[in-house]
Design a protein around this ligand. Structure first.
Ligand SMILES: *Cc1c(COP(=O)(O)O)cnc(C)c1O
Length: 296
């Protein structure tokens, strides 16, 4: 098992035509380079849960996710590394063909328990898994420990010079962590990748801190909902790779880069802005696409 190592994580400057036209600098934090499986933000969101699990010597880690969940596979890999037994509660009845993501999670020793969508929504924990010696990690690592961990994505980087920090939003744990590390002069922008509605703000605000950067969510770039895609999104992801050498995933970072490129064209950012984008990983999810869809 490869141990997460942040040496390859770096900040790169991108020069797509829209950034030059808008007279802004556009940098990207390549957190996707952290690890091939425990990629991007997932390791950071998990780190304090894992620390607590080791300290309390829990017997098992139990968490939730969908069939293509980056969080499920990252948790499975991290638990194998830490020698902690783990179980994944998976949304939906057991399919005839288990997704590549779940097969990989199982290969790291995660037990998979399929739960009907209804029971999953109610976060029902199957009998036997709900035990005082087990640590339950909410879906996506959501919660104060997850946000505190996500904040450490910026450790070791000089980020005060940026006017804007921008990332994709699922549960909002990462964007809350970035907000905790931001300064009052910085704008922290989250791009929800699901039809979140205003409820998502209520979910994120308790994880943020007063006296830091302004948080803004821009809800116009979910492309119809979680993991939904259009031809124009796929075309954009290929073009973005050609112009910036930056691969993206269809669920999270593809939509975030699309949003930024579109906002640049709409003069959303004042000239002279210094923008830091967070590449939060997720590239394994592209395995759900037919071969040849993407040019990387
Ligand atoms: C899980 C994930 C996110 C969403 O993070 P939240 O903290 O749930 O908002 C963003 N990008 C990638 C690549 C992810 O895997």
């Amino acid at each position: 098992m490869l141990v997460p190592d942040n040496t390859p994580v770096c900040i790169k400057t991108l020069s797509p035509p829209a950034a030059e036209a808008a007279k802004v600098t556009l940098d990207v934090l390549r957190a996707d380079l952290l690890h091939p499986v425990i990629s991007g933000n997932k390791w950071y969101k998990l780190r304090y849960y894992l620390e607590a699990a080791e300290k309390k010597q829990v017997k098992m880690i139990v968490t939730f996710g969908g069939a293509w969940s980056n969080h499920i596979v990252a948790t499975a890999a991290a638990c194998q590394w830490k020698h902690i037994p783990c179980a994944g509660i998976i949304r939906g009845e057991a399919p005839t063909h288990v997704s590549a993501t779940l097969q990989e999670a199982a290969s790291y020793g995660m037990q998979l328990h399929f739960l009907s969508r209804e029971d999953f929504r109610l976060k029902k924990i199957p009998a036997g898994l709900d035990h005082p010696d087990h640590l339950i990690i909410p879906e996506g690592g959501y919660g104060p420990d997850g946000a505190r961990g996500a904040a450490t994505m910026l450790d070791g980087f000089e980020t005060k010079k940026y006017t804007h920090l921008i990332c994709a939003v699922g549960t909002g744990t990462m964007v809350a962590g970035l907000q905790q590390r931001s300064s009052p002069h910085q704008q922290v922008i989250g791009i929800p990748v699901l039809k979140a509605g205003p409820g998502i703000e209520d979910q994120i605000l308790p994880l943020t801190m007063k006296g830091h950067g302004q948080l803004q969510l821009i809800h116009d770039y979910h492309f119809g909902g979680y993991a939904k895609k259009t031809d124009s999104l796929i075309r954009f992801m290929n073009e973005w790779y050609d112009t910036t050498s930056t691969p993206s995933d269809l669920v999270y970072t593809g939509k975030m880069f699309y949003a930024v490129n579109d906002l640049l064209q709409k003069d959303f950012f004042p000239a002279g802005s210094h923008i830091l984008l967070i590449h939060s990983g997720g590239l394994q999810g592209n395995a759900s696409l037919p071969k040849g869809t993407l040019n990387y």
